[in-house]
Write a protein that binds this ligand. Structure first.
Ligand code: 7UC
Ligand code: FE
Length: 294
């Protein structure tokens, strides 16, 4: 197994000569270490069955099955399917997922540390994902914004991006809104936490999922601090040219693994009706998502 940092890129390393079937304990440890230190890995030339993809997840930790069954692979609930298929064929999974800045599962009480995506049908255009390293963002913030982050918590919710399910057609929207708030009530996370492996302070806010910042007394801030933090991170840049944004493209056989504590991401999707399918497996590692916070 060879790990080679990408040249002239803001983050990431390619991994070659990786074989899940012969993965040794020491290589599994090296791979994990690289996830946290390189933040994003591109495993090359992977030709895995669903079972092998799941086995890779289990080699890294405990798989989190997505809470909403509409995304599940029909035979393997561990696999989340993002797929756009031509209208005539049977829809499997959900089209155009994650096309907004977010960290996976930040709207849940216990997010997972590792996300893997494994493109199955690669579109010709707009293939790729944007990433921002929120540890780097925090390190570059003016002291005043760092203090705001350290003194607050963020409220995260799935409500703005919950996708209508086929079974929701004809339902009153208020009933659906109530269901979302009941099943996935908003959760508080520290605005900045210490990464349990790298020791870096990571700014944990996203444009899609962080709704408010709260002070120590649990009161919502009424100023523009959240907006300023998002602005400073590059997540509000509609041209995607902000210095923090890394755009990772992929090709057949690539399998992407990233540190879901450090990175926020945003999927690219083709505007044309081109077929595209990607599998995702998400994993809790051996560390608390973040340690005790003050
Ligand atoms: O359909 C989607 O874009 C899924 C999104 C709301 N959640 C991904 C996650 O794991 O946070
Ligand atoms: Fe995502």
């Amino acid at each position: 197994m060879k790990i080679t940092p990408q040249v002239d890129q803001k983050m990431g390393a390619t991994v070659t000569e990786f074989d899940v079937e012969t993965l040794s304990t020491s290589d599994a440890l090296r791979l994990k270490d690289a996830i946290y230190h390189e933040k994003l890995l591109i495993l090359k030339d992977q030709h895995l069955s669903p079972q092998q993809f799941i086995a890779l997840g289990k080699a890294l930790g405990t798989i989190e099955v997505y809470y909403e069954p509409m995304y599940h692979h029909p035979d393997h609930e561990e696999i989340f399917v993002s797929s756009s298929t031509p209208e005539s064929t049977q829809q499997v999974g959900v089209p155009k997922t994650g096309a907004f800045w977010h960290a996976d599962y930040s709207f849940m009480p216990r997010p997972f540390g590792i996300t893997m995506t494994y493109p199955q049908v690669v579109p010709r255009t707009n293939r790729g994902t944007h990433y921002i390293d929120m540890g780097k963002v925090f390190a570059g913030l003016p002291e005043e914004l760092r203090s705001v982050a350290r003194a607050t918590k963020g409220l995260h919710s799935a409500r703005r991006y919950f996708k209508i399910r086929p079974s929701d057609v004809y339902r009153p929207i208020c009933e659906l809104v109530d269901e979302i708030e009941k099943k996935t009530p908003p959760v508080m996370h520290p605005t900045v936490f210490v990464h349990p492996v790298t020791g870096e302070e990571v700014l944990y806010v996203s444009e899609a999922l962080t709704c408010e910042l709260h002070d120590q007394h649990g009161r919502a801030l009424e100023d523009d601090s959240l907006h300023r933090l998002l602005e400073a991170s590059g997540q509000l840049d509609t041209t995607f040219s902000d210095e923090h944004i890394h755009t990772q493209t992929f090709t057949e056989g690539d399998l992407l693994i990233w540190d879901n504590r450090s990175l926020v991401h945003r999927a690219l999707h083709s505007p044309t009706p081109e077929p595209s399918t990607s599998y995702r497996v998400t994993v809790h590692d051996d560390h608390a998502f973040y340690g005790p916070t003050t």
